[in-house]
Design a protein around this ligand. Structure first.
Ligand SMILES: [Zn+2]
Length: 370
């Protein structure tokens, strides 16, 4: 499976896609409210088949305008809500038998600004050249086709992003990733850090880009401009769009840097070992710095790059101690504190750089990621 992303050109009828998304949002709200009422009366949730039957009735009675929406899409909204409830109940059971500690919440009503996309699975659209036709709107839209897709199209999603741009996501199957890179015989463990972004087990250090820090000034002034405007006035919306644009630009350049870095690593090493990170815990400890460096995002990109170029990603379990044990003899340095960057093992006498030692430990504990 591979997803291709295209920007829809600005055109006056784009607003109709926005309206379609808003209509589906109202279906989403209606169905969730319905489930809540049902629960109050019967103390249980309505099954999917019951909801689907009810939708047919609604269309004949109070919601006749739903006839204009593709029925498959309305069904999709119901199916998604049902999946949410299933996950919620399965999780309660799993926690009772001790299978997991993670808590899954009850499906919530999404506010309008968080309901952003419509998905077509099989029917309802046509793509020819750089034109997308949406059957229910009886309208065509042009998109900026900067590259060809390969494989057969499985799913098409249109997403409204914060700045008011619309993007087309085409998911293709039978994608042939035959871009294998030659093997080099090298392997490396990778340690993430807040000061140095990556430390490799062979001693290479890669400094963090700190796009966020550079962009912080721009964000601050955009924020200030926004706060001077009268809430919900035209100027306020303009300032809001600008602020979102600044955030987007930083996120984009960070993502770009990640892709280039991942490719650099994959060119050099056949096997790369990373730590499995507890991202939620880290965010609480260090605040913005960690979200800035966005380890999670990089891990995903690295994983994807490894698959694409025929290399292996190894993962060391999050319970594996990486910092304290000596990578040479296994001696545990319990007195090591966060400020110690360098230490000498009292058992075998090896001189350790804190991060390089951790990277070697990660490489030794790494097992192929599933
Ligand atoms: Zn040692």
């Amino acid at each position: 499976m591979k997803t291709y992303k295209y920007e829809l050109s600005h055109q006056s009828n784009l607003i109709q896609i926005g309206n379609l998304i808003d209509d589906l949002h109202s279906v989403h709200v209606h169905l969730l409210r319905l489930q809540r009422r049902y629960y109050r009366i019967y103390s249980k949730y309505a099954s999917l088949s019951r909801i689907l039957k009810h939708i047919t009735k609604l269309k004949q009675r109070t919601k006749t305008h739903w006839y204009q929406l593709p029925s498959q899409m309305i069904q999709n909204v119901a199916i998604r809500i049902d999946l949410g409830y299933q996950r919620f109940f399965d999780n309660i059971e799993d926690r009772q038998i001790g299978k997991t500690n993670r808590k899954v919440g009850k499906p919530k009503i999404k506010p309008n600004h968080k309901y952003k996309s419509v998905t077509f699975t099989q029917a309802g659209y046509k793509i020819g050249g750089n034109r997308l036709t949406i059957n229910c709107l009886k309208k065509s839209f042009t998109f900026w086709k900067h590259r060809e897709w390969t494989g057969t199209i499985k799913q098409v999603t249109i997403k409204r992003e914060n700045v008011g741009d619309y993007y087309l996501y085409i998911v293709c199957e039978d994608y042939d990733p035959s871009e294998k890179l030659p093997l080099t015989g090298n392997e490396a463990g990778v340690d993430f850090g807040s000061k140095t972004f990556l430390t490799l087990s062979d001693g290479t250090k890669i400094a963090s880009p700190e796009f966020y820090k550079q962009g912080l000034k721009a964000i601050r002034s955009a924020n200030k401009a926004l706060s001077r405007k009268q809430y919900l006035s035209n100027g306020w919306f303009r300032a809001k769009r600008h602020l979102v644009g600044v955030h987007k630009k930083i996120a984009d350049s960070r993502r770009d840097w990640f892709f280039k870095l991942a490719l650099r690593l994959v060119r050099k090493y056949d096997r790369i070992a990373i730590e499995t990170l507890n991202l939620e815990g880290m965010k609480k400890l260090w605040g913005r710095k960690i979200s800035d460096i966005a380890f999670g995002e990089f891990s995903l990109i690295l994983q994807w790059t490894c698959v694409k170029y025929g290399k292996t990603l190894l993962k060391a379990g999050s319970w594996v101690a990486t910092t304290k044990p000596c990578s040479g003899c296994g001696y545990r340095n319990e007195t090591l504190s966060l400020s110690d960057r360098q230490w000498i093992c009292p058992e075998c006498g090896s001189d350790h750089d804190r991060d390089v030692n951790a990277a070697i430990n990660i490489l030794q504990a790494g097992v192929p990621a599933s």
